[in-house]
Design a protein around this ligand. Structure first.
Ligand code: AMP
Length: 579
C-alpha cells in the first residue's frame, strides 16, 4: 500500500492518478479494498456516518516521543525544520532500531481497525487509550509507513483523490476501463458510500453493485439544478410541462423517517440531526407514512411574524453547543419539495408530477412544515411576478422543474433550473414609514400583532402607499407596546388615504411613524408604492425589513419617507453581482 501511496503523491496528472489508483486497488485483498477506498481519502467511513478520524497532532507527537525515546523539544525542532509531521516521523523512525522479536508487520486491516477504535473512543481515559493504540501501530511501522499513517491520522494525506477519481479507478481496475464508471455511479449516487460500492464490486461484480438501492438512514446524493440567467432562457430548456417553485435561501435537508427514528442529512450528506431537534419533532408528527425519505429547505423565521430571516441567521443553528438557545432564537420552517422513498419503495424513478402528489399525500401541512410555494403556468408575466414575489419575500429566486423528470441523484441537469437575480441591491439607509394596518401574530401571544403593514407618503396624491409587511426586530416590549400605541387609530375599514392591495386584519388611520431598516428595495407585484414607476405593473418593496426599535413620535404621517424618496433610493442602491 505505501508503495502505491508514494506514487500517488508524486503525480499531479489526473489520468495518471487514476491509473495508479487502479493498480493500488488491484494490489490489495478483496476484504481490504473498502478500507483502502476510505483511507486514501483520509476517512474511515462515508461522511454521513459522522465518524471523524480527527487525531490531534499533540497525541501523535507524544506517541513519537515514546516510540523514538527522543524528548519533545527535539521533535518540535524537527517539525520546525521539516514542516510535515509525516516526514519528521519517517526520518526519526529510520534512526531507531526495530525490536525484531516483538515486531508484527502492519496490515491494512490492522491499521483500519485500530484507527476505527481510536475514532470511537471518548470520555475519561480515552486519550491514554488512544495514545497506547497509536504507539502500538507506530512501533511496528517501517519509516515510510509511519509517514503515511500519521498523515492519515491527522488528516493531512491530501492526495487529491476526488470521489469521481475513485469511481474511475474502480472501473478501470475491475471493469476493464474507466468508461464503465457510469455503471458504478448510480450506486454511488444513491448510497453516497464509495467503500460499499468498491466492496460489492470486488466481491460480487456489477450485478452486486446494481443491487445497491435507496436505504433508510443512508443519505442519497441530492439532485442539483442547472442555472439560467433569466426566465425566458430557462423556459427554452423545458420541453414538457413544468412547475415553478420559490427558491428558498436556507439549508437543504433530507429527512429519513423510520417510525420514531428521524435522521436529517445536509446537502453534503453530513448527519445534522442534532442541529434540528425541532425538525425531528415536527417530522415525527407531520410526515404521515411510517417510513419515508423527503427533501426540502429549512428556513429561519421570525417566530412572531413567520417572516424569513436572511440565510446568515440560519447558520447560528449549525453549532455544537447551546442548540436549544439557537433553536429558540431562530426557529425554522420546513418547505418540502420532493420525496425519494415511501413505504419501503424508492420513488426516484417516478416523474416529478407523481412524486409531488405522493409528497402532498404524505405531509400534514402546518405552521412549521409546508410544501414549497409553487405555480403551474407557462405565462411569462405570471412567472415574472412569482420571481418578484419570491425575492421580495427573502428567497433567492425561483426553480423551474420538468414535471416528467425523474430524481437523478447526484446529477446536475436541465430538468431542474434555478434562476437567481444577476444583481442584488444593497441599501444603507433607514426609512420612516407609516403604520396603516396589522396582521395577527402566529406566536405565543394571541392578540398581539405579528406584522405591521407600513406605507410611504405620496405627496402628489396625498395618500399612503404600502411598501412592506414588517415583523422582524420587535422585542417583547415592542410586541406589548404596539397594540396600546395603535389602539386609538384602529378603524374598521381602509382609510380613504391608504392605497393597498393587501387586506390586513386591522386597519389604522395613518398616524404612527416607525423607523425601518432593510437590506434592499426590490420590485414587488403587490405593493403600491412606486407602482409603474420603475417597471410597469410593479411597485416597490423592502426585502428583510427590520424595525430599528424607534417609534418616530416626532414625526407625523406626512413627514414620513415619501414615495419619491423611495424611488430615488431604489436607483441609488449599490448593485452587487449575485454568486
Ligand atoms: P444552488 O445551491 O445555488 O446550486 O441552488 C440549489 C439549492 O437551492 C438546493 O440545493 C436547495 O438547497 C435550494 N432550494 C431552495 N428551494 C428549492 C426548491 N424549491 N427546490 C429545490 N431546491 C431548492
Amino acid at each position: 500500500m505505501v508503495d502505491g501511496l508514494s506514487k500517488l503523491e508524486q503525480t499531479s496528472k489526473r489520468l495518471e492518478l487514476t491509473t495508479l489508483l487502479s493498480s493500488l486497488f488491484k494490489s490489495v485483498g478483496a476484504d481490504e479494498l473498502p478500507y483502502v477506498v476510505y483511507l486514501i481519502q483520509g476517512k474511515i467511513y462515508p461522511d454521513y456516518k459522522g465518524v471523524e478520524l480527527g487525531i490531534a497532532e499533540k497525541l501523535v507527537i507524544r506517541a513519537l516521543k515514546m516510540v523514538t525515546g527522543l524528548d519533545e523539544m527535539t521533535i518540535e525542532k524537527e517539525i520546525g525544520k521539516k514542516g510535515d509531521l509525516g516526514i519528521v516521523a519517517e526520518s526519526l523512525i529510520s534512526k531507531k532500531k526495530q525490536a525484531a522479536l516483538l515486531y508484527q508487520p502492519l496490515t491494512i486491516g490492522r491499521v483500519y481497525v485500530t484507527l476505527d477504535r481510536m475514532a470511537k473512543l471518548s470520555g475519561a481515559g480515552s486519550q491514554s487509550q488512544k495514545l497506547s493504540l497509536f504507539i502500538n501501530l507506530l512501533n511496528d511501522c517501517e519509516p515510510i509507513e509511519a509517514k503515511y499513517l500519521i498523515r492519515m491520522a491527522i488528516g493531512s494525506l491530501r492526495l487529491g483523490v476526488a470521489d469521481y477519481t475513485v469511481l474511475d479507478a474502480l472501473a478501470e481496475a475491475f471493469l476493464g476501463s474507466r468508461d464503465m464508471r457510469g455503471s458504478l455511479e448510480t450506486a454511488y449516487n444513491v448510497s453516497g458510500d464509495l467503500g460499499l460500492v468498491a466492496g460489492n464490486l470486488v466481491n460480487g461484480g456489477l450485478e452486486s453493485v446494481k443491487k445497491i438501492g435507496v436505504e433508510l438512514n443512508r443519505p442519497i446524493r441530492p439532485m442539483l439544478a442547472e442555472r439560467a440567467k433569466d426566465i425566458p432562457e430557462a423556459l427554452k430548456h423545458m420541453q414538457n410541462d413544468f412547475i415553478c417553485e420559490y427558491k428558498y435561501d436556507g439549508e437543504r435537508v433530507q429527512i429519513h423517517k423510520e417510525g420514531e427514528l428521524i435522521s436529517i442529512f445536509s446537502r453534503r450528506l453530513e448527519n445534522i440531526t442534532v442541529n434540528y431537534p425541532d425538525l425531528v419533532a415536527i417530522s415525527k408528527k407531520k410526515i404521515k407514512p411510517d417510513v419515508a425519505i423527503v427533501e426540502g429547505e429549512a428556513v429561519a423565521i421570525d417566530k412572531n411574524s413567520g417572516q424569513f430571516y436572511p440565510f446568515q441567521e440560519l447558520m447560528h443553528r449549525r453549532r455544537k453547543y447551546e442548540i436549544d438557545k439557537a433553536m429558540a432564537k431562530y426557529p425554522v420552517c420546513l418547505f418540502l419539495f420532493d420525496i425519494m422513498y415511501l413505504k419501503g419503495k424508492s420513488t426516484l424513478n417516478l416523474p416529478l408530477k407523481e412524486r409531488r402528489e405522493l409528497l402532498r399525500g404524505s405531509i400534514e401541512v402546518g405552521k412549521m412544515i409546508k410544501l414549497t410555494e409553487s405555480l403551474r403556468s407557462s405565462e411569462l408575466p405570471r412567472i415574472e411576478r412569482m420571481m418578484e414575489d419570491a425575492i421580495e419575500n427573502g428567497c433567492e429566486g425561483i426553480m423551474i422543474k420538468d414535471l416528467k423528470s425523474v430524481y437523478r441523484a447526484g446529477a446536475r441537469e436541465f430538468s431542474w433550473i434555478k434562476i437567481k437575480r444577476e444583481y442584488k441591491n444593497e441599501l444603507n439607509d433607514t426609512m420612516d414609514l407609516v403604520v396603516v394596518g396589522a396582521f395577527h401574530g402566529m406566536g405565543r401571544r394571541a392578540g398581539n400583532y405579528g406584522t405591521l403593514l407600513v406605507a410611504a407618503y405620496d405627496e402628489d396624491a396625498d395618500t399612503f402607499k404600502t411598501v412592506t409587511k414588517i415583523g422582524t426586530g420587535f422585542k417583547d416590549e415592542d410586541l406589548d407596546m404596539f397594540p396600546k400605541l395603535l389602539s386609538k387609530y384602529v378603524i374598521d375599514h381602509r382609510s380613504a388615504r391608504v392605497d393597498s392591495n393587501l387586506k390586513p386584519d386591522v386597519w389604522f388611520e395613518p398616524s404612527v411613524v416607525i423607523e425601518v431598516q432593510a437590506q434592499e428595495i426590490t420590485l414587488s407585484p403587490i405593493h403600491t408604492a412606486g407602482l409603474d414607476v420603475v417597471k410597469k405593473g410593479s411597485g416597490l418593496a423592502l426585502r428583510f425589513p427590520k424595525f430599528t426599535g424607534k417609534v418616530r413620535d416626532d414625526k407625523s404621517a406626512v413627514d414620513a419617507t415619501t414615495v419619491k424618496e423611495l424611488v430615488e433610493m431604489y436607483y441609488s442602491q449599490r448593485k452587487i453581482r449575485t454568486g
